[in-house]
Design a binder for this molecule. Structure first.
Ligand code: 5GP
Ligand code: MG
Length: 174
C-alpha cells in the first residue's frame, strides 16, 4: 500500500474545503447530506469546521464490488426535509460522477432552494457526466484509493491516511 495523502495533508484539505464552504454560504443555514458510507469520516471532520447553523443527514448508496463497478443503488434516504433548504451534498470521491449526478437528481425532486456538492477527492480523467463538484479538496490520479472512509470490500475505512491499493494488497484476504 502506498500513502497518497497523509493525515496532515488530509487535515489541511478539509480545512480548505470548510473555508470555501463557510465563505460561500456565510451565515445561511445549511443542510448537509453525506453520501454513505465513504463520506463518514469527511462529514465528521468537515461539519466541525463549518460555522453556519447546520443540519446533517445521510443517503446510502453503493456502486462497487471490490474494485469493480456495479450498478448504482440508492438504498435508503434517511432524508431530512430538504424542501426550501440550501443543501450541500458531501461525498468522498468523484470518479465518473454518476453517483453524485444521480443523488443530486433525487434531491432536486424534493424541492430544495439550492443544491451544491463537495467532495474530498476528484479523480482526474474519469468524468462521464456534465457536472463538476462545487467544492473539491484534492485532485488525484486514476488509482483505486482506500482509507479516510474509503473501503475495499468494506475494509480500510478506518485508516487515518489515504493510500493507493497495489496488486499485492488485492490478493491479500482482509
Ligand atoms: P462515481 O459514481 O463518481 O464513479 O463513483 C463514486 C463512488 O464510487 C464513490 O462515492 C466511492 O464510493 C466509489 N469509488 C470511486 N472511486 C473509488 C476509489 O478509488 N476507491 C474507493 N474506495 N471507492 C471509490
Ligand atoms: Mg461513495
Amino acid at each position: 500500500m502506498k500513502i497518497l495523502l497523509d493525515e496532515q495533508q488530509l487535515s489541511s484539505g478539509v480545512e480548505r474545503l470548510a473555508q470555501a464552504i463557510n465563505q460561500s454560504y456565510g451565515s445561511r443555514p445549511l443542510t448537509i447530506i453525506g453520501v454513505m458510507t465513504g463520506s463518514v469520516v469527511l462529514v465528521a471532520d468537515l461539519i466541525r469546521k463549518l460555522e453556519m447553523p447546520l443540519r446533517v443527514g445521510v443517503v446510502q448508496t453503493s456502486s462497487y464490488q471490490g474494485t469493480q463497478r456495479g450498478s448504482l443503488t440508492i438504498h435508503s434516504e434517511m432524508m431530512l426535509d430538504v424542501a426550501n433548504r440550501d443543501v450541500l451534498l458531501v461525498d468522498d470521491i468523484f470518479d465518473t460522477g454518476n453517483t453524485l449526478k444521480e443523488v443530486m437528481g433525487r434531491i432536486h425532486q424534493l424541492g430544495p432552494t439550492s443544491i451544491q456538492s463537495a467532495v474530498l477527492l476528484f479523480k482526474t480523467g474519469k468524468q462521464e457526466v456534465d457536472l463538476r463538484p462545487d467544492f473539491v479538496a484534492f485532485d488525484i490520479p486514476d488509482e483505486f484509493v482506500v482509507g479516510y472512509g474509503l473501503d475495499h470490500n468494506d475494509a480500510y475505512r478506518n485508516l487515518p491516511y489515504l493510500a493507493c491499493l497495489e496488486p499485492s494488497d488485492l490478493s491479500t484476504p482482509s
